[in-house]
Design a protein around this ligand. Sequence first.
Ligand SMILES: CC(C)(COP(=O)(O)OP(=O)(O)OC[C@H]1O[C@@H](n2cnc3c(N)ncnc32)[C@H](O)[C@@H]1OP(=O)(O)O)[C@@H](O)C(=O)NCCC(=O)NCCS
Length: 185
Amino acid sequence: MQLLTPRLLLREFQEDDWHFTHLYESNEEVMRYQTSEVRTSKESREYIQRCLEEAKDVPRTLFDLAIVLQTTSMLIGRVGMKVDYDAEEAVLWYILNKTYWNKGYTSEAAAALMRFGFEELKLHRIWADCDPRNIGSYRIMEKLGMRREAHFKENIFIKGEWCDSYIYAILDWEWRQKIVAEAAR
Ligand SMILES: CC(C)(COP(=O)(O)OP(=O)(O)OC[C@H]1O[C@@H](n2cnc3c(N)ncnc32)[C@H](O)[C@@H]1OP(=O)(O)O)[C@@H](O)C(=O)NCCC(=O)NCCS
């Protein structure tokens, strides 16, 4: 599958994309709030291989897509969703090469995947979590129209410390209301 946005192409990963994913997966600042440590090139390669394997499940539950700049065809990050069809919901995530932060790229990519989730997969709810210190991450959730539903205290142990989590979510009808309001502007 692939999704087009004004500036981006979201496409399936290919095995040799690890050269580009490794650029950010080996960066400590980018990986600061991730549960995994910085990755070796072998680990970056294996991550893509696992993604490609899991994407073959029928029905497909993992939609982990490469974020590619249309202008240069540079792979700059990843936006993903794991679907639970019984609960009619999905969890959303994203990660971007630091060179490209704060240009609205991740918001643009995540909005497209969210649209796919509600329109094509007919999901009822999409949620995401992040460390409260990760302002850029929850700003994206807010720009997507998600509500902060919870602030868990020290519920996850990451990189030597207990960390808090914000939980954000949006329902299908809230998303449709947002789309209608934006179109009317
Ligand atoms: C979080 C991350 C994906 C953001 O990507 P991005 O492409 O820079 O995001 P966007 O540009 O679409 O939006 C970021 C927003 O946060 C804001 N922001 C970022 N850092 C901020 C800060 N320290 N204080 C206030 N606002 C901040 C930006 O200004 C922007 O908001 P705006 O459009 O209203 O100005 C990127 O920083 C990243 O990959 N971080 C490491 C991985 C990660 O933490 N992933 C999420 C795990 S939960």
